[in-house]
Ligand binder design. Structure first.
Ligand code: THU
Length: 163
């Protein structure tokens, strides 16, 4: 009989904004505000990401779509690649993500796609320090302690090292 193992992601749920640390709620607000500058004429789904750096700066990114659909990029990668290019040696403490439909005011819980998780993981492994992930959720605010928790059985630089 095979042994069953459980691979799962754990997160902390803050039931409302008063319960959550201000650092996280502020970052989430920045992600929500960033949605206004999404370029999403094809999906009309506006996504904002906000990255908190160790120097206190907050860098935002939004989804950038393209008439050649696969050439577009998600908000999370727009933001993290900008940080990688402009602040290669500054640690990233946290990322918050939010989304809304064009013309609507209510923000939605959005969970980063697999490609964004992989891209974020690269920078977490590079800096050797966890990056927290803050997400909207139907029941409140979800905080993951690190990106690795969102990618059980991660593929990383370790996998391509020669034994
Ligand atoms: N999108 C993001 O920006 N981040 C995600 O994590 C999921 C999806 C964008 C890509 C595309 O512009 C739109 O949302 C609809 O998929």
């Amino acid at each position: 009989m095979p042994q069953q193992i459980v691979l799962r992601a754990c997160a902390n749920l803050y039931k409302n904004t008063e319960q959550a640390p201000e650092e996280y709620t502020k970052l989430l607000t920045k992600a929500q505000q960033a949605c206004n500058s999404a370029y999403a004429p094809y999906s009309n789904f506006y996504v904002g990401a906000a990255l908190l750096l160790e120097n206190g700066e907050i860098i935002t990114g939004t989804n950038q779509e393209n008439a050649a659909y696969p050439s577009g990029l998600c908000a999370e990668r727009t933001a993290i690649y900008w940080v990688g290019a402009n602040y290669p040696n500054v640690l990233i403490k946290a990322i918050a993500v939010s989304a809304r439909h064009a013309g609507e005011n209510n923000f939605l819980g959005v969970s980063p796609c697999g490609s964004c998780r992989q891209a974020l993981l690269e920078y977490e492994n590079k800096q050797k320090k966890p990056i927290k992930m803050i997400l909207e959720h139907a029941e409140g605010i979800l905080v993951f302690d690190c990106i690795a928790d969102l990618l059980p059985l991660q593929f990383s630089d370790k996998n391509i090292e020669k034994p």
